[in-house]
Design a binder for this molecule. Structure first.
Ligand SMILES: NC(=O)c1ccc[n+]([C@@H]2O[C@H](COP(=O)([O-])OP(=O)(O)OC[C@H]3O[C@@H](n4cnc5c(N)ncnc54)[C@H](O)[C@@H]3O)[C@@H](O)[C@H]2O)c1
Length: 343
């Protein structure tokens, strides 16, 4: 089946940006854990097109086999169904590991806290062991959640801010395991000299994002509700903020970081610096879908961060990267994809 136009054009845009930046992974053998997920499958698409040899490893818990099904007939793509929190010994050379495996949506923090903890502690430990054995570079996809509910004096949050996380709160399984994962990565970099780096991803959206579950990520849930003509459910007053990064910008930033020779041992925020309230998001989604579906307000879940916005000066300086796509433009593509999935 051909790729949806929103995905095909997004991949073409990323490839063109990478070419302009002289970033190429051609000929590298790359292990992507979590490769059948939302972001992982975009990585697989781009890297297969760049003529890398891609090994996509996934246990298909939150990811979908269908995200990468179209790649199975490519000679430079292999799919391995495996849980990366258990030992894994790939054959042959590996040049780069992108450790992306982890459930990542708030609903899953409640339903699957243990597997989240394992993916970001045992899983990164397994991935680091492979990197060490193969002499590979590794990039870990951490999260803005390491900042927890940030002190307003540190919003926009720079990488030097240590965060404000409740280890035993409902989000603790994700936030604290990502923090532990970061500590693992830096320990291997310090003790074994491993060429490892950490990306902190801020809320990313686009085609292939999943919307299931009432506590799922706000943006896909809003689109789903708006397209169904249902009320859009906002938790709290809607004054809490997030910054939303379109998948094309995010994948470009992540790949620039993975390729950068000046980023060993570095932690880099990859996100859009435009801070938007959740109420604002609901209005933009209504406009993108063309609906006047009403807004409904419910209680704010425990430990929900009040503000979230990255300081991306480091990404600009190290990688010459910044997000380019406005929320309004990114939503046009995303809504089109959601609409076509429903039909
Ligand atoms: N999308 C975002 O806004 C965002 C924000 C911050 C961080 N991240 C991080 O980026 C990565 C990818 O996120 P995503 O949005 O694509 O989520 P996703 O849920 O779509 O993808 C995660 C993938 O990992 C797989 N997986 C989970 N546990 C695994 C295990 N133990 N072994 C093998 N595979 C496993 C899942 O099946 C899924 O395919 C995650 O590490 C996430 O924490 C994402």
């Amino acid at each position: 089946m051909p790729l949806h136009p929103s995905i095909a054009s997004g991949i073409a845009e990323i490839l063109s940006r990478l070419q302009d930046a002289n970033v190429s992974f051609a000929g590298q053998r790359i292990l992507i854990t979590g490769g059948a997920g939302f972001l992982g499958s975009w990585m697989c698409d781009v890297l297969v097109e760049q003529a890398a040899d891609v090994v996509c490893l996934d246990n298909l818990t939150s990811g979908l086999a269908s995200h990468v099904a179209h790649l199975h007939d490519r000679d430079n793509f292999t799919f391995v169904q495996h849980d990366i929190s258990k030992p894994y010994y790939p054959e042959g050379e590996i040049d780069l590991i992108l450790h992306m495996a982890s459930r990542a949506s708030p609903m899953e923090f409640t339903e699957h806290p243990i597997s989240i903890l394992k993916a970001n502690t045992l899983g990164i430990w397994v991935a680091l062991g492979i990197a060490k054995a193969k002499g590979a570079r590794l990039m870990y996809t951490s999260t803005s959640e390491v900042y927890g509910d940030p002190d307003p004096r540190f919003v926009p949050s720079p990488e030097t801010y240590n965060g404000n996380v409740n280890p035993v709160g409902i989000r603790g399984c994700y936030d604290e395991s990502k923090r532990c994962g970061e500590a693992f990565v830096i320990a291997y970099e310090r003790e074994h000299g491993l060429d490892a780096r950490i990306s902190r991803i801020f809320n990313t959206y686009g085609p292939r994002i999943r919307s299931e579950g009432i506590y799922g990520r706000a943006l896909p849930r809003f689109i789903d509700q708006a397209l169904s003509g249902k009320p859009i459910t906002i938790f709290g007053t809607g004054e809490q903020t997030r910054s939303f990064t379109y998948v094309v910008d995010e994948i470009e930033g992540l790949l620039r970081l993975a390729a950068a020779d000046n980023a060993k041992g570095k932690v880099v925020n990859i996100g859009n610096t435009k801070e938007r309230s959740i109420l604002d998001l609901a209005n933009v989604v209504q406009a993108a879908v063309g609906t006047d579906a009403p807004l409904e307000f419910g209680p704010l879940p425990d430990d929900d961060p009040l503000r979230r916005c990255p300081d991306t000066s480091r990404a600009k300086e190290l990688l010459d990267w910044q997000a380019r796509t406005s929320l309004e433009d990114g939503l046009v593509q995303t809504v089109e994809w959601f609409r076509d999935q429903r039909s």
